[in-house]
Design a binder for this molecule. Structure first.
Ligand code: TNX
Length: 533
């Protein structure tokens, strides 16, 4: 189909007259704006994931050509988004696509006052160009993700493709439902290199996630260099589940992850899990143990057997040093202190520990995030708790979290039987765990964060998170297989207005993403629930 190539009107060939007439008719209809826009390979505007707040399709499409420019204002931030867009488009189009403050038309990224919020944007597409307008660069970045999805899937390839590169005509106005849309990666159970983390960052940025929660420490490995306690990384990071070599991020590595995440408008939320999930630390420093004896490194997959020594003063020196160094490195607002599955910490100790540790986080200028067990202690003012329960979680435990929410603690929802990307899809999934049950695609998408936890006010819900635990996952392809196709669904729960929520239409939009994943080389689970074409 080359109906959009208007110059064909002037070069009809003998024997192809009828075809040419059709081309003329199509081109004319397009020029008047009367033609349906989902012709050729422009993707219809209503296919985007996460579903935009409002879509008004119509008018002629825009075509990216060898002469297209990406127009930005003088600011570094906007230019950064322009460079990013050029990086996506150049390999597959083969065009130069200069990022410039000069010229007319083309793809324009502009900041302007307006009701777009911190992350919203407006995208206008028509014959003469595409303009994305936002109040902040993050909004432009999210608008660019929408633009990407409006282009043919082949735009995602890393070699030159024939095109044509049409963007459907119309207007998208979009702003997220929630400010917390996080993906979590467990780099402790298996270590992932800086490049592997970057690749995951690129995957989640596609769907407008805005936070990357890094689970940096657990029983099986400590993954971040701490100058004041160097053995945490050099010894505590020296293995992983299954006994592999593990690894850790130097401070420069971590800064590189932060830089890359920031270039994708993701805020990194580092987690040091305490007081449980600490065998790697306890193995590295004997004095952190109540009995003064360091346990061996651990490469299995049990949970709940380790605890920092709540009664020892050195424990709080340790926490202070770690939090100080990590806070100094991290520009984001939050520091996650874990707090889950502290089965070998008596409850009284757990509460006492949290009472001492939360002010340390505040002292270094960060806001506490904890797993929802923090609700059983006393969450600090402004703290957020991350709910990871499931249907069978006891009413008492749910009620405790709901009560904290009613008292002003913010809620992040990552129910294990909905958003845990490490859960098997079905009993036949080769990777993953199943302690929270099997989580097929519909199950992970089909729930409402605002009404999820009984007794918790909708106003307490800050957003959603999709954790990817890695007991069974050791390479990037495996991460992708577990994340796709569930990752986009959780993104949609976090971004799209509740009014757009509908499995029957969502599954059709989801199916339409598959050619994109294929173009990117992403291996995904072919769920029988999704009408792949
Ligand atoms: C529970 S979720 C855990 C993790 C495991 C995960 C595996 C949570 C706060 N704790 O330690 O890795 O299940 O699915």
């Amino acid at each position: 189909m080359r109906a959009h190539r208007r110059h064909h009107r002037t070069t009809p060939r003998t024997g192809r007259l009828l075809g040419s007439l059709l081309l003329v008719a199509a081109a004319c209809a397009m020029a008047t704006g009367a033609a349906p826009v989902h012709r050729a390979n422009a993707t219809p505007m209503d296919r985007v994931i996460p579903a935009p707040a409002s879509v008004d399709p119509g008018g002629a499409p825009y075509r990216i050509t060898p002469g297209t420019r990406i127009r930005v204002d003088g600011s570094r931030e906007v230019r950064g988004v322009g460079d990013y867009l050029a990086g996506v488009l150049r390999p597959s189009t083969g065009y130069r696509l200069p990022v410039t403050t000069e010229g007319h038309g083309g793809i324009r990224l502009r900041l302007a006052k307006g009701s777009y919020g911190d992350e919203g944007y407006r995208l206008d597409s028509g014959a003469s160009g595409v303009t994305i307008t936002a109040r902040k660069a993050a909004g432009l970045f999210h608008g660019v993700q929408t633009l990407r999805q409006l282009l043919p899937a082949a735009v995602e390839k890393d070699s030159v493709q024939p095109g044509p590169w049409l963007v459907a005509g119309g207007t998208v106005e979009d702003t997220p439902r929630y400010g917390w849309r996080a993906a979590m990666l467990d780099v402790s159970r298996h270590f992932f290199t800086v490049d592997e983390v970057k690749q995951y960052i690129d995957r989640v940025a596609l769907y407008k996630y805005n936070k990357l929660h890094l689970h940096l420490s657990d029983d099986q490995g400590w993954r971040i260099a701490v100058d004041s306690w160097p053995r945490l990384a050099t010894y505590g990071g020296s293995t992983e589940v299954g006994g592999g070599p593990g690894g850790y991020y130097t401070k420069d590595d971590y800064k590189e992850i932060l830089r890359y995440a920031a270039s994708r408008h993701l805020e990194v939320v580092p987690e040091i899990d305490m007081p449980g999930h600490t065998n790697a630390a306890l193995a590295s420093y004997a004095e952190l143990n109540c009995d003064g004896v360091a346990p061996p490194l651990y490469t299995g997959t049990q949970v709940g057997f380790s605890s920092l020594c709540v009664g020892k003063e050195v424990t709080y020196d340790f926490v202070d040093d770690v939090v100080r160094e990590l806070a100094a490195l991290t520009p984001g607002r939050y520091l996650h202190i874990g707090g889950d599955e502290a089965h070998s910490t008596p409850h009284e100790d757990f509460a006492a520990f949290m009472k001492r540790v939360q002010p340390i986080v505040a002292k270094y200028g960060k806001t506490v995030v904890g797993w929802h067990q923090l609700a059983s202690a006393e969450p600090a003012e402004g703290a957020l708790v991350q709910y990871w329960g499931l249907d069978r979680t006891s009413d008492a435990e749910k009620a405790q979290v709901a009560e904290a929410a009613r008292n002003g603690t913010g809620l992040i929802l990552s129910p294990a039987d909905r958003t845990y990307l490490d859960m098997k899809y079905t009993k036949d999934t080769p990777l993953g765990l199943s302690w929270a049950g099997y989580v097929e695609v519909q199950r992970s998408y089909d729930w409402d964060p605002a009404a999820y936890l009984p007794g918790a006010p909708a106003s307490a819900v800050r957003g959603v998170e999709a954790p990817l635990w890695t007991e069974t996952l050791s390479d990037p392809e495996q991460l992708e297989f577990m994340a796709f196709p569930r990752l986009p669904g959780v993104a949609e729960l976090g971004w799209s207005p509740a009014s757009t929520h509908d499995w029957d239409t969502y599954k059709v939009r989801l199916a339409a993403q598959a050619p994109r994943w294929e173009a990117m080389g992403i291996d995904y689970y072919r769920s029988p629930q999704v009408p792949w074409t």
